[in-house]
Design a protein around this ligand. Structure first.
Ligand SMILES: Cc1cc2nc3c(=O)[nH]c(=O)nc-3n(C[C@H](O)[C@H](O)[C@H](O)COP(=O)(O)OP(=O)(O)OC[C@H]3O[C@@H](n4cnc5c(N)ncnc54)[C@H](O)[C@@H]3O)c2cc1C
Length: 495
């Protein structure tokens, strides 16, 4: 039977499209031009952005589509709002609160693919789609998209064909991978927290651990083993995840698994003596005291030797059992960055060096800047400048600066006067659980200086991330879920 027409929806759609076209962008229709993008003739410069993270996504949003034909190529179909991932991994927020679809960006083309090779001479990219013809079980799809767990060989049989893409201007914003320091078993047996797929896997495993521990016939020792939650890495990500997990086990788990509460342990390991190494020492001490009160064990000066299924070997302590191990020990070089020989590298080969206008340097011309290649975000660093932290703050500031410069260059033509990038430190934030946070503005570039810890800092933490959330949908959903979960508790359904 034929579906009945839905005139009202169509009217709404065309109205919405009209509004989006009329007010969000006044891009002219693409009719003819000098370039070819996958069969489309374009009359604007083809700006290709590699990556849809904190660097690539804001750039794609802000660059003027009147002047540039923008294409994003990223193996992730989303922008991951990383500061909220820990909250989603325990159910404080829902997964869609921490992502924005790249496809939803108006007047931006998107292809879900890895860029394997860049030919700077011919200005072309070799792209391998990360989608398969055949459908997969959901957990297998997650694997394919997740950082460090990508199994490219699996794609061989049914992969979509490699395609090449030409660019006029290229921006490399592919970020970095999670560091494992070559420790055996980390990739196979620990969980990373880099994107929403990782957060989903962590949440499913936490709840699974409680279901396992609730099975009849287990000894308390066996239950303790599976309720041992281990975090490796005492930076902001590891600390925030431990804090969020503590919130879950102190406020929601007692309602559903009251007898298991005394058997739960949360342990954080780091090689450094203290957690939150980049924060002011008074704030570090505040967080450590709070964790001690919450019974989150901090084990500093510890070296992980290997991770096996359900066991982590610590040099100083021996084999420790775990139900879930979350690994967050910093960054490793992205394979694409490692493969690029034309651009000189900084930070032990992990970053592509740029000038202060964020143009990639050309190793073959004595490190003069390339004309139309830029690098921003975790995969880039300014040659001769201070080494900036690999944070969303730096990545976003570089992206917004570059968008502004590209827009000015297109508008001003020959009169264009470039402005170098300058990082403005706005301070650091970390959530430490129980509606408490740290705000470190001791090195802030402007405004109030100093540190703040506790409830007021938590309000600043929440307002900062609420303000930074992107879509209207998430601006409504994020406070709604915060409120709902406060009133009703976190959702513990597993899927
Ligand atoms: C859990 C967590 C919490 C964090 N919290 C904070 C915080 O509170 N404040 C803060 O300032 N920073 C925070 N950070 C750090 C911050 O997220 C990173 O510094 C930031 O994401 C870097 O942005 P980026 O765009 O350079 O890289 P990413 O955000 O990592 O994006 C890289 C993009 O490139 C894509 N990609 C990778 N390789 C390829 C390829 N070969 N081809 C095509 N696409 C590719 C990836 O899919 C991804 O879309 C946090 C990080 C994590 C993991």
């Amino acid at each position: 039977m034929l579906a009945r027409p839905r005139p009202r929806l169509q009217l709404t759609r065309s109205l919405r499209d009209h509004v989006a076209y009329r007010y969000l962008s006044s891009a002219p229709a693409i009719t003819s031009g000098s370039g070819d993008v996958l069969g489309r003739r374009v009359d604007k410069k083809r700006l290709v952005i590699l990556g849809s993270g904190w660097a690539g996504y804001p750039l794609a949003r802000k660059v003027d589509k009147k002047h540039y034909d923008v294409t994003v190529i990223s193996d992730s179909p989303n922008f991951n709002f990383t500061p909220l991932l820990a909250s989603t991994s325990v159910g404080t927020l829902e997964f869609n609160n921490a992502v924005e679809s790249v496809r939803a960006l108006p007047h931006v083309n998107y292809h879900q693919a890895w860029v394997d090779r860049i030919d700077f001479a011919s200005k072309t990219l070799a792209c391998q789609p990360t989608l398969r013809y055949a459908s997969r079980q959901p957990h297998q799809q997650d694997d394919a998209l997740s950082y460090n767990t990508v199994k490219r060989e699996e794609l061989q049989d049914e992969r979509l064909p490699v395609f090449t893409m030409e660019y006029d201007i290229l921006v490399v914003a592919v970020g970095a991978y999670s560091a494992t320091f070559g420790i055996p078993g980390v990739k196979e047996n620990a969980h990373f927290l880099k994107n929403v797929n990782d957060a989903r896997a962590i949440r499913a495993r936490i709840l699974e651990c409680f279901e396992i521990a609730a099975m009849p016939g287990l000894s308390d020792e066996e239950r303790k083993r599976v309720l041992s939650f281990v975090v490796v890495g005492g930076g902001p990500t590891g600390v925030e995840w431990a804090a969020e997990l503590h919130d879950l086990v102190s406020s929601d788990i007692p309602r559903y698994y009251p007898s298991l509460v005394p058997l739960i342990s949360i342990t954080l390991y780091d090689v450094a003596p203290h957690i939150l190494g980049n924060f002011d020492s008074s704030l570090q001490a505040y967080a450590e005291k709070k964790f001690a009160r919450d019974n989150i064990r901090i084990r500093g000066r510890r070296t992980v030797e290997k991770v096996e299924p359900g066991w982590i070997t610590i040099k100083e302590e021996g084999r420790i059992p775990f139900g879930l191990c979350v690994w967050s020990t910093g960054l490793a070089v992205n394979p694409l960055v490692a493969a690029i020989k034309e651009i000189p590298k900084g930070q032990k080969g992990a970053t592509l060096l740029t000038d202060e206008r964020l143009r990639a340097l050309d190793a073959s011309t004595d490190n003069k800047p390339m004309r139309d290649v830029y690098a921003i975000g975790d995969c880039a660093g300014v040659a001769g400048g201070p080494v900036l932290p690999a944070t969303a703050q730096v990545a976003q500031q570089k992206a917004l600066h570059l968008a502004k410069e590209l827009n000015r260059a297109a508008k001003s033509g020959d009169a264009y006067q470039p402005v170098p990038f300058e990082f403005k430190n706005r301070g650091s934030l970390a959530y430490i659980g129980g509606w408490q946070a740290l705000v470190d503005r001791t090195s802030a570039a402007s405004g109030l200086k100093g540190g703040n810890a506790g409830r007021m800092a938590w309000l600043i933490w929440r307002s900062a991330y609420f303000t930074m959330s992107v879509s209207v949908r998430n601006k409504i959903l994020i406070p709604t879920y915060w409120f709902l979960n406060w009133i009703l508790g976190r959702d513990i359904s597993r899927f």
